[in-house]
Write a protein that binds this ligand. Sequence first.
Ligand SMILES: NC(=O)C1=CN([C@@H]2O[C@H](COP(=O)(O)OP(=O)(O)OC[C@H]3O[C@@H](n4cnc5c(N)ncnc54)[C@H](OP(=O)(O)O)[C@@H]3O)[C@@H](O)[C@H]2O)[C@@H](O)CC1
Ligand SMILES: [K+]
Length: 499
Amino acid sequence: MKILTAAQIHQLDLYTQEAEHITSLALMERAAEAFVGWFTKHTSLQKEIWVFCGRGNNGGDGLAIACLLINRGYKVKPFIVKSGPLTSDCAANLSRLEKMVAVTSIVTEEDLVKIPANILIIDALLGSGLNREVTGVYAAIIDKINATENKVYAVDVPSGLYSDYPAKHAAIITADHTITFQMPKLMLFLSDHEAFTGAWHIVDIGLKMEGAADIVSDYSYTDAAVIHKMIRKRPVFSHKGTFGKVLLIAGSKGMMGAATLAAKSILRTGAGLVCVHIPGSGVDIVQTLIPEAILSIDPNKEVVTVLPDIDGYSAIGIGVGLGEHPYTADVLEELLVSSVDPLVIDASALNILASNPHWITHIPPNSILTPHPRELERLAGMKFQNSWERLHKAIEMAKKMQVIIVLKGAYTAVVMPTGVVHFNSTGNSGLATAGSGDVLTGIITSFLAQGYSPADAARLGVFAHGYAGDAAAEVKSKAGMIASDITEYLPMFFLDFEE
Ligand SMILES: NC(=O)C1=CN([C@@H]2O[C@H](COP(=O)(O)OP(=O)(O)OC[C@H]3O[C@@H](n4cnc5c(N)ncnc54)[C@H](OP(=O)(O)O)[C@@H]3O)[C@@H](O)[C@H]2O)[C@@H](O)CC1
Ligand SMILES: [K+]
């Protein structure tokens, strides 16, 4: 799904109105119904609801929501900011609501009343039309709402947050839930914004998506529909060579678990064969824990010191549990220089690269690098001030290095060499656990070996990893799940997407 800017969504709005011969007011009603559909499913009739409405269409949504909630028996107290003229749809909904209940006007800060405890708040002050710093009466209302302990539900976006770029001002609603229309906005994916957005949910308001076909966006959201199109059926007439042969260069003394987790994930993702190159001391561990793997045994007992023969493999992954011994670093350099096909590079291999930035030019184009934020900082040689800067540095690096950067975190960003970013839709905080990254590396390498393009392998891998993590969390809980559970639940992904 494309992630559009506020201006592009407005374009899609107009397209829908024209294609369906409906008015903007009718579209506003649909948006209000979609919000109310979500809201009534997740809240009770018991508490009074205060709805704060601005003078634009976000406020118009709020007023329409208030009408619908009153009709459903909720106790509603609406407010309207009248510091300037209302949009026509906002005014139309205000007169409708005024026939049902008294609407309190707020013109200046003096009109603000004390907000009681134990109510619910709907924030419909400012939406995607935000175009300047929030000050004055809007800022005063936002501060007052934020100062209460009440649950806050933001309509479309938390008021004060721009949809497409970070805000510099402080007056931004801190919502518990954001119910966003039709598609997620770019700002919902930045970790710094979680405090404002709370948990966010997409509700469908029936915009005609074919109207977005020609709209260019550098951002997209990898949802289930995208994955269904991407994943291929396994051919009936097949043998293990059909599904690729992986070489995994991994492990060091005390870090053999990483090699095992990645190797097991490679097989659980469907590759035909995995050969793991490990130091001698890991043989019993890896062979016992994963008898399906073939071993290539390094002459050194503790660390990898020799690059095995790399011919004949359909994909190679390097880095998990390797450590950064100088001999191991030499192996990485040799691999980068001698490989022409894209590699999957993770963990220790990324740190070795960070210490040897001049090797970056040897990385085969379209290789997949899977850093977490700290590893990206090391690679970039700088500390990031915030998640916006981090994302943009990743984009700059992916373009410059002509690689795919999988920037791990909530909504993992898969950044293409073109600069296009695909945010992932699966996963949960339970994935932030030791060994989770090793599992991801295994999954991505496995898809690459099975003939998926590096771009698809990265997106599929991240999605499947999150999906398995969600399945694991349902049974084991977010806190209780561990990395090997992600591997164990990988078949759930294939059951749901491949069969
Ligand atoms: N397709 C969809 O998704 C649909 C979207 N819909 C809804 O429409 C919403 C967008 O509505 P919108 O364009 O009218 O803008 P909104 O956010 O209400 O702002 C209103 C006005 O406030 C002003 N203003 C700006 N910044 C300010 C500031 N800092 N402090 C004070 N004032 C400020 C500025 O006006 P100005 O003062 O510049 O004339 C601006 O125009 C969207 O979020 C969704 O809820 C649905 O109804 C239907 C389908
Ligand atoms: K809002």
